[in-house]
Design a binder for this molecule. Structure first.
Ligand code: AMP
Length: 542
């Protein structure tokens, strides 16, 4: 027997339509490329996105077309997403930090017909447009007065394009499984692969994010959305915020500690989301200036492991709760969130912190498990660790164009490439990426745990650990450190510091100091580049 409920397709145009009806005045504040601040609201975003849809249709854009966006977080970028998805076209986010060959590859692979580009990135696309033949036209996200003198193919100013449109457009009315957004994963080997979100997966992920067990996105909050819209679906905030009616503050290109502080303070932000490096910069700025954060009550940290030092500092010095989350482009992206559950609510601070520092528990839409090399399930005992696998309605079941072949096992599980444990309370802890884990004497050393422990040293600005070949142990850890400006420390200082924080056999065989650690396009430490850089390095223990 079927239930007697309406067939109401979960398409994302309904999200901004809901915002227009229910909280049209809630603001979206954007820092522009020139540093100025502009304000709009969900009502205006809806109206302009519809005009954009109409203008796109007049220019021949149709259902299923892929359109690139190379832009910072700002209201025009948000309007562009909704203008595209309302008519069943697909936003394809382009990370401006991609290597040129990767950019050529993904635009060509996606067959993007247009690219919407922020002023900062016009020179990049001018330099590469010859290698992007599928792109018929470039739309520059700026006012008329700011329109640059550019040789971009059929360049048009965004505001002129909007003016070409009218209100005569039909949104939605298609199947909720229709493709909505495309985001390529950086992929350390081979070509990047396209993760193709559907309207349904984006809606379900956004509903999840508004729930207390995930990000608790609410109308009462104001969110500084630092996580870029070109990375991992902006942690679903572009959908969850209008769904909940949350005021959004978009930092544009300026993500240094001072600029982030100014927006947090000036706009009285209560919540924010970003990778650990952003928070390190902010905390350094706060320490230097003595500034406080009276409005901020929580920050969501993910993308890479949250070091203990960040969580403790936010807690103790600023009264800000850190919520640690894990996910990946393929998981839309929230996979787990670490909240204080009743079982740990009354634990002493340090004990509770050890749970909060884990990557967390899975919300309803994510099933997860760990398994060994033979694919056998491992227990949730907090000790066993193995391949982390996930399943759910907002998790990829393949890559765009069939790249990479079948990515699910017979039971529909997606192997994340992460190695993890899950404790009896359901808190998952990432040990490492499977290719970064250090295999020493038949046992595994977590590079992430070592990095986090080393980051607690007061002189450490950034730390990375890689495994180097060792004749006796197979691999041994090398700690690579960038020191804070004006501070000094020796290798011995670091090993002394680590002595009571890690197992003895985990102690790095050497510590080297560098001016800079290489990062990949999404801002994460590039272990691949580090391994290349140190491939001839001989450990002193050999
Ligand atoms: P991306 O698809 O670029 O967002 O990368 C996803 C990968 O980032 C995951 O598979 C993890 O290896 C890593 N990652 C994301 N969040 C965390 C976290 N909180 N702790 C440790 N690693 C993380």
């Amino acid at each position: 027997m079927q239930g007697l409920m309406q067939d109401w397709q979960l398409t994302c145009d309904k999200i901004i339509a809901h915002a227009k009806t229910n909280h049209p005045q809630r603001e979206i504040v954007s820092r522009q490329v020139d540093g100025s601040i502009t304000r709009t609201n969900y009502g205006a975003v809806y109206d302009r996105a519809r005009k954009l849809s109409s203008a796109l249709q007049k220019r021949g854009i149709v259902f299923g077309d892929r359109i690139g966006t190379m832009a910072w977080n700002n209201a025009r970028h948000l309007e562009t997403w909704y203008g595209l998805i309302g008519i069943g076209a697909i936003y394809h986010t382009l990370n401006p930090r991609l290597f040129p060959q990767q950019l050529h590859y993904i635009v060509g692979h996606a067959q993007d017909r247009m690219i919407f580009v922020d002023l900062s990135f016009v020179p990049i696309l001018e330099a590469h447009q010859a290698a992007l033949p599928s792109v018929e036209c470039f739309v520059v996200l700026c006012d008329r007065a700011q329109m640059p003198d550019t040789n971009l193919r059929h360049a048009v100013c965004y505001e002129d394009l909007i003016d070409e449109g009218d209100d005569d457009v039909v949104w939605g009315g298609f199947d909720e499984n229709t493709a909505c957004g495309l985001c390529y994963t950086s992929g350390t080997t081979g070509n990047p692969k396209g993760v193709l979100y559907s309207h349904r997966s984006n809606t379900l992920m956004s509903l999840t994010c508004t729930s207390g067990g995930a990000m608790n996105i609410r109308g009462m909050d104001t969110c500084l959305m630092v996580v870029p819209m070109f990375h991992a679906n902006a942690w679903a905030l572009s959908f969850a915020a209008p769904m909940a009616g949350m005021k959004l503050v978009m930092p544009g290109p300026m993500m240094d500690g001072k600029s982030i502080f100014e927006l947090l303070d000036g706009e009285k932000c209560t919540v924010s989301a970003a990778v650990p490096t952003v928070w390190l910069m902010l905390l350094n700025y706060l320490e230097e200036t003595g500034a406080k954060l009276p409005h901020l009550n929580r920050v969501i940290i993910g993308g890479s492991a949250c070091p203990r030092a960040i969580m403790e500092k936010f807690d103790k010095d600023y009264g800000v709760q850190v919520i640690h989350a894990w996910g990946m482009t393929e998981t839309s992206p929230i996979g787990t969130v670490s909240h204080i559950e009743p079982e740990i609510a009354d634990l002493p601070y340090d004990e509770q912190l050890s749970y909060r520092l884990k990557q967390g528990r899975s919300p309803f839409v994510v099933e997860m498990k760990i398994s060994d090399d033979d694919g056998k399930d491992l227990p949730r005992d907090g000790k066993a660790f193995g391949a982390l696998k996930v399943r759910g309605p907002a998790i990829s079941n393949g890559y765009f164009g069939g790249e990479g072949g079948n990515v699910l096992d017979d039971e529909g599980w997606f192997d994340t490439g992460d190695v993890a444990s899950i404790d009896p309370l359901g808190y998952m802890q990432i040990t490492d990426r499977s290719k970064d884990v250090i295999k020493s004497g038949g046992e595994w050393i977590s590079s992430i745990d070592l990095e986090n422990a080393a980051m607690g040293h007061p002189a450490a600005a950034e730390c990375a650990v890689i495994g180097l070949p060792h004749p006796k142990w197979d691999e041994r850890p090398l700690l690579i450190v960038v020191l804070k400006d004006g501070m000094s420390a020796s290798a011995q200082d670091f090993t002394d510091y680590l002595a009571d924080k890690i197992a003895k056999w985990w102690m790095p065989d050497d510590v080297v100091f560098v001016g800079e650690i290489p990062h990949g396009p999404t801002g994460k430490v590039s272990k691949l580049d580090l391994r290349e850089q140190f491939k001839d390095y001989v450990l002193p223990t050999i």
